[in-house]
Design a protein around this ligand. Structure first.
Ligand SMILES: Cc1cc2nc3c(=O)[nH]c(=O)nc-3n(C[C@H](O)[C@H](O)[C@H](O)COP(=O)(O)OP(=O)(O)OC[C@H]3O[C@@H](n4cnc5c(N)ncnc54)[C@H](O)[C@@H]3O)c2cc1C
Length: 420
């Protein structure tokens, strides 16, 4: 049985890009809906570290990367407004993990001494950062850094639990979210004579049958799934690039820590922490170590390297009793020359009334939503609206997914990690 859904805007994919765009459009009175194939946020959003960068890390990576810094510099202030509930969508129910990120140079490294006297003053006083690293009295450093850091600076970049942000966004939008199990086998969108998308057809889970979705405009925000939709519509898969990462997880009696270890002109590790039951924590570890083991099948070697790296960035951390795990993550982005990370948000028109969009960063979702809104046709601009809004009866709703450490991952004891 085929059910019909008609809306002004149909968004495909409920990661941060899709949910934020849906929330923004609906707040402006646009009849928008969202279709999700799996669980909301599965993929990059729930794998992300939840750092609302203000450009600090990018300036560290490449001081010349100014366009990316420009796009992202307003985000910490903006996200705080959403969290305070003074700006819509309200993120008041979300969980703020830390109001700042630490940036530290590790002890016992000659390069750290050199950088403490050369690069750090330039970054702090050079005016290139919106959130420049602030000197903080050693007595206020987290204990783990007091033991292991030569210098530690605070950056005004908040860190959120991405799952809690997703829950906060999804909850009020529940009636506008639709779950499907698969798009009808290889089926291209139904087209108008002028090439506009008229409808897409998807299959519901279980006994739900088929859903035909008509809209005035379509927005693809399916992350890595955008490639499939673009191809099905006759476009080029190469519009999108994938960059993989091997993210590490460390679990046990760990202190809270949110920040980046900077050494040798590079972000060696980015660590964020999440509380678990029983007073334990999990550290989510990215940065250069995660880039280095992208696509690896030699996990023993990857853990050995991560453990050695941990000893370099936090030489006095007690790792007794801790456990490692890891997961592969794919960053799906608009293609960029040389496979480099694009600068800022990316929106690509793939049909007269259909766009594929990638935020590039989780924190840039508000900017992406604004860019999408600018491109959408206004009612009466020559693009026929579908007839009055129509919703299917009792259609399945998607749930918010879980972060990787709540999934069924294998964990290994630090003592079983060999030396590389
Ligand atoms: C390990 C890691 C850490 C990161 N850390 C940060 C950070 O700290 N700060 C930051 O700003 N950015 C960070 N990022 C980048 C950030 O996660 C992404 O830029 C952002 O989450 C992309 O969101 P998205 O909505 O475009 O895609 P996704 O989050 O991938 O969401 C896609 C959605 O579409 C659904 N979907 C997939 N296929 C289909 C389909 N065929 N049809 C319909 N729906 C589909 C998925 O289930 C999902 O709900 C990180 C990325 C990674 C990988």
């Amino acid at each position: 049985m085929t059910q019909e859904l008609r809306a002004e805007v149909a968004i495909v994919g409920g990661g941060i890009a899709g949910l934020w765009t849906l929330a923004s459009l609906r707040a402006k009175g646009v009849d928008a809906i969202l279709l999700e194939a799996h669980t909301l946020g599965s993929g990059q959003t729930l794998q992300a570290q939840g750092i609302v960068h203000g450009g600090g890390k990018y300036a560290l990576r490449s001081v010349g990367d100014r366009a990316a810094i420009e796009a992202i510099r307003e985000m910490p202030t903006r996200w705080r407004e959403h969290f305070a509930g003074t700006r819509r969508p309200s993120l008041a129910p979300a969980k703020l993990l830390s109001d700042r990120c630490w940036l530290w140079l590790p002890r016992e490294q000659w390069r750290a001494r050199w950088e403490a006297w050369s690069l750090m003053p330039m970054l702090r006083h050079g005016g290139i950062l919106h959130c420049p690293p602030q000197k903080v009295d050693r007595r206020e450093w987290p204990e783990v850094l007091a033991q292991s850091a030569l210098r530690a600076f605070a950056m005004s970049e908040p860190v959120f639990s991405t799952a809690s942000v997703h829950q906060a966004l999804a909850e009020p939008l529940r009636d506008h979210l639709f779950h499907f199990a698969r798009s009808c086998e290889g089926q291209a969108p139904e087209l108008e004579q002028d090439g506009r998308w008229k409808a897409i057809v998807v299959e519901g889970p279980g006994e739900h049958g088929v859903l035909r979705v008509q809209a005035r405009a379509f927005v693809l925000t399916a992350g890595a799934g955008n490639a499939e939709w673009i191809e099905r519509a006759g476009g080029q898969r190469s519009l999108m690039q994938r960059r993989s990462l091997r993210m590490f997880l460390l679990r046990g009696a760990l202190p809270p820590l949110h920040g980046h270890c900077f050494l040798g002109g590079r972000t060696r590790m980015t660590i964020t922490s999440h509380d678990l039951e029983g007073g334990r924590r999990v550290w989510q570890i990215g940065g250069e170590v995660a880039e280095r083991h992208a696509g690896t099948s030699d996990l023993a070697r990857a853990y050995a390297d991560a453990q050695r790296e941990l000893r370099t960035v936090l030489p006095h951390l007690d790792i007794e009793g801790l456990q490692w795990s890891s997961y592969e993550a794919i960053r799906a982005e608009r293609s960029h020359p040389g496979g480099r990370r694009p600068e800022g948000v990316q929106v690509e028109r793939i049909a007269p009334n259909a766009w594929a969009a990638w935020p590039t960063k989780w924190a840039l979702a508000p900017v992406l939503a604004e860019e999408i809104e600018k491109r959408l046709p206004k009612a009466g601009e020559g693009l026929a609206s579908p007839a009055a809004a129509l919703r299917p009866r009792n259609w399945a709703r998607p749930q918010v997914g879980r972060p990787p450490w709540e999934e069924d991952l294998p964990w290994i004891d630090v003592r079983s990690v060999g030396r590389d």
